[in-house]
Design a protein around this ligand. Structure first.
Ligand SMILES: [Zn+2]
Length: 271
């Protein structure tokens, strides 16, 4: 039976890093996949040429549409909020998503969930992954929206913190890797393995994931040094597939059990 999955993100490119394989797999299996962003990421880093005309948000929305097309998404929506920037670089925008009223923002998302009669909503873990204030807001707004709309399954898109830190420990020994790739920064980021419920195998969709990441061209360049996307896009395909071939989720209300579930619709099939 085809289901409808709505994937909620803070900024364009977040969908590519955390959920692209899962979205591509769901679409390929015949499910309806809808992508929603709170902001268009206009406060994100980018090369000065991409920022110069103040059109970074428009450009990033275009990139998001290309990413969505590569993944097979049926619909893309923007909730209309402003990108809050990082905590140490507040944009001060009156419509900043990080300062948004949770109930009001949740109503906007709930309208889409109701229109779509959504079965599954993906949000972020409580830490907001690495802690961007807009990502923390996605967690709270998404959960509230699912309550309002009665969406039965809510999955927190995340990363296995232990695996991430192990990988970063290896990478940080390589020459030329900047300090912000250091494992210390991720001690409380994302999710401890014992809280995970899903480890989704998306190795067959590695090319889709890579295409989604490549669509976010403004995010692979900046004047501020090495960008995560640029580093990942340089990996040879077998390494890319091994490093990014699984995606992790915590299903709210489900007791974690081993082995982890591979199917994001498992909670619906059990009903
Ligand atoms: Zn983001």
């Amino acid at each position: 039976m085809p289901y409808t999955l709505v994937s909620f993100h803070a900024h364009p490119d977040d969908e590519a890093l955390l959920t692209a394989g899962t979205l591509a797999r769901a679409a390929a299996e015949g499910h309806r996949v809808v992508l929603v962003v709170a902001t268009v990421g206009e406060a994100g880093l980018a090369a000065s040429a991409d920022r110069a005309d103040g059109a970074l948000g428009d450009r990033r929305l275009g990139e998001l549409r290309r990413s969505a097309a590569a993944l097979g998404c049926a619909r893309v929506e923007w909730l209309g909020y402003a990108d809050s920037g990082m905590a140490d670089d507040p944009s001060g925008h009156p419509d900043a998503f990080a300062d948004a009223d949770v109930d009001k923002a949740a109503e906007r998302l709930a309208d889409i969930l109701r229109e779509e009669d959504a079965d599954v909503l993906t949000v972020y873990d409580e830490a907001g992954g690495y802690g961007h204030p807009d990502h923390v807001r996605v967690h709270h707004v998404g959960i509230r929206a699912a309550e309002l709309a009665g969406t039965p399954v809510v999955l927190e898109a995340t990363v296995d913190r232990r695996l991430l830190r192990r990988a970063l420990r290896l990478v940080s020994r390589l020459p030329g890797i900047p300090a912000d790739f250091g494992p210390e920064r991720f001690a409380t980021a994302y999710t401890a393995p014992e809280h995970l419920t899903h480890r989704v195998d998306v190795r067959r969709f590695a090319a889709h994931k890579r295409a989604a990441m490549a669509a976010h061209a403004t995010q692979a360049g900046s004047d501020a040094g090495v960008r995560t996307l640029a580093v990942l896009l340089k990996l040879p395909m077998p390494v890319f597939r091994a490093a990014l071939g699984h995606e992790w989720f915590t299903e709210r209300g489900r007791t974690p059990a081993r082995p982890l579930l591979d199917d994001v619709f498992a909670g619906l099939r059990e009903r």
